[in-house]
Ligand binder design. Structure first.
Ligand code: 3PG
Ligand code: MG
Length: 407
């Protein structure tokens, strides 16, 4: 990949279009964790100082090709402006007259933001021609392209992939740093190497376990996906999240692990209740701790229990490389944040490299009061870092390598 640094000597007055991942968690229009915006600052600052005229492309949430004010980048533009100490104007559209005018009006060192790229149906289209047509519109906003949204490099989308075929393409500092750190996990990690998985995107993450079992020595599984594994062990899971179609796959994973001498560490006890009111961040009914094979009918498992915490913590602390993606319970609700808090603490005690991946996990550790430098690295990518670990080719990185080779 060519580095953005190669651009800096000769970028004054030139228009740069840069892809960032500003998909930040919001409570209404308040940004609850601005880590992804801060992570973009090194590259943006370098480009500004070098006198580039910068148009940022970014997405927020999944508006699915429809204009929807709920997903406007307005809060992001305001926060970015505060962080860099300059006005950052937001276009009223993505590639329409507003974005074009704003981008053309930039002075040297100024930044503007186009609206959420996912307002455009072409952005995530499976049809290459449609994506290419939108990418051609993006390409009008700059003379060169910088890719710095690491969190989306696993997506074959117009502002990540197709545009890099139309303009000279460079990797930003964040993308370069993420790849540098993650490659340490895939090339001779110091063993034991443990991957801790959790979170709510059960289907997405069950799909990656196959490959993770090949690279890691132990997989520690909490969060929503643990219940499908408990079901695979023949236990009832009450009202807990269950991906019924994947029970057989989990049974296979357990057999595969046993046959290859890998460990899959599952909860042995869980915290259950009658449910939760997520919007109000409240538990419904009382919280009880039950053995993992004793989840009562009608109860929902929402966090791992204390015995599981010990087990998970021991596995993490005896590892020399740990990658963690996804909370162990519904960490936004204090009564179900215990398991996640125990894992976070254990990570700070590891003698070796620790990497946290994903917006939710990053937000949780910051919320718990940990500083970013208590961990080896906090990746801005969740899905992207997992797919990198799995050894998959990430379209947004492959296209930068091809661009550097002149393909
Ligand atoms: C993320 O939050 O994981 C990235 O911004 C990618 O978002 P997506 O999963 O909606 O493509
Ligand atoms: Mg995501």
């Amino acid at each position: 990949m060519r580095s953005v640094n190669e651009l800096l000597d000769d970028v004054r007055g030139k228009r740069v279009v840069i892809r960032c991942d500003f998909n930040v968690p919001l409570d209404g229009d308040v940004i609850t964790d601005d880590g992804r915006i801060k992570a973009a600052l090194p590259t943006l600052t370098k480009l500004r100082d070098a006198g580039a005229r910068i148009t940022v492309l970014a997405h927020l949430g999944r508006p699915k090709g429809q204009v929807n004010p709920k997903y406007s980048l307005a809060p992001v533009a305001a926060r970015l402006g505060e962080l860099i100490g300059a006005d950052v104007k937001l276009a009223a559209d993505v590639v329409g007259p507003s974005a074009q005018e704003l981008s053309a009006s930039l002075a040297d060192g100024q930044i503007c933001l186009a609206e959420n790229v996912r307002y455009e149906p072409g952005e995530e289209s499976k049809d290459e021609t449609e994506r290419a047509a939108l990418a051609a519109q993006y390409a009008k906003l700059g003379d060169v392209y910088v890719s710095d949204g690491f969190g989306v490099v696993h997506r074959k989308q117009a502002s990540v992939y197709d545009i890099a075929k139309l303009l000279p393409a460079y990797a930003g500092e964040l993308v370069a740093k993420e790849v540098e750190v993650l490659s340490k996990l895939t090339t001779n990690p110091e063993r034991p190497f443990t991957v801790v998985l959790g979170g709510a995107k059960v289907a997405d993450k069950l799909a990656v376990i196959d490959n993770l079992l090949k690279v890691a020595d132990a997989l520690v599984i909490g969060g929503g996906m643990a219940y499908t594994f408990l079901a695979a062990q023949g236990y009832g899971v009450g009202n807990s999240i269950l991906d019924a179609e994947k029970v057989d796959v989990c049974t296979e994973y357990l057999k595969q692990a046993e046959a290859t001498g890998k460990k899959i560490v599952l909860p042995v006890d869980v915290r259950v209740s009658d449910g939760m009111d997520f919007a109000a961040r409240k538990v419904i009914g009382d919280v009880e701790i039950v053995a993992a094979d004793q989840i009562p009918a009608g109860k929902e498992g929402l966090d791992i229990g204390p015995e599981s915490e010990k087990l998970f913590v021991d596995t993490v602390r005896s590892s020399h490389t740990v990658f963690w993606n996804g909370p162990a319970g519904v960490a936004e609700i204090p009564a179900f944040a215990e398991g996640t808090a125990a894992i976070a603490k254990a990570l700070t005690e590891v003698d070796g490299l620790t990497v946290i991946g994903g917006g939710d996990s990053a937000a949780v550790v910051r919320d718990l009061g940990y500083a970013d430098d208590q961990f080896g690295w906090i990746s801005t990518g969740g899905g992207a870092s997992l797919e990198y670990l799995e050894g998959k080719e990430l379209p947004g990185l492959a296209v930068l390598e091809a661009s550097a080779k002149g393909e």
